[in-house]
Design a protein around this ligand. Structure first.
Ligand SMILES: [Zn+2]
Length: 152
């Protein structure tokens, strides 16, 4: 029951569990969580019940919606979102990789028309084994999701 205690240690907020090791920091950067007023705890390389390691993020007074969860899926496709109220998990769901993501990322291709035109960036998402690729709607180039997290 140790895991249960870890999850329930905040009164109200979101716990992102089962993040692949190394992705926790990228997720913080991507959502710019560390710049907000929320209290955030991050655990890196924690032991997972299956014997491997995981990262875990706890954010107080913030509830992730499905849209944010889908963006999160690009960095942590196996993550579980726990919504906490009064120290209890009231909702638990797995992230799902969206088919398309609009207006979130900037295209890494410096020649891409989307950088100079007043349009929302738009990517189609494809998952191939453990890699997640984003294909730009405008320049039709494909990029790994890891590259995006660096550029944001
Ligand atoms: Zn592009």
């Amino acid at each position: 029951m140790k895991k249960q205690l870890t999850v329930e240690a905040i009164e109200h907020g979101t716990v992102i569990d089962h993040i692949s090791p190394g992705q926790g920091i990228k997720i913080l950067k991507f959502f710019e969580l560390s710049e907000g007023l929320q209290r955030i705890s991050i655990g890196l390389n924690l032991p997972s019940h299956d014997g491997s390691c995981k990262d875990l993020i706890k954010i107080e007074n913030t509830v992730f919606d499905q849209n944010q969860a889908n963006q999160l899926a690009l960095f942590a496709p196996k993550a579980t979102i726990n919504v906490i109220e009064n120290f209890e998990v009231v909702k638990k769901f797995k992230v799902a990789i969206p088919e398309r993501i609009t207006g979130v990322f900037t295209c890494p291709n410096s020649n891409c028309i989307s950088l100079n035109e007043p349009v929302d960036s738009r990517f189609d998402i494809k998952q191939a084994k453990s890699d997640i690729k984003l294909k730009c709607h405008y320049c039709e180039k494909s990029f790994l999701s890891g590259l995006f997290s660096e550029l944001h």
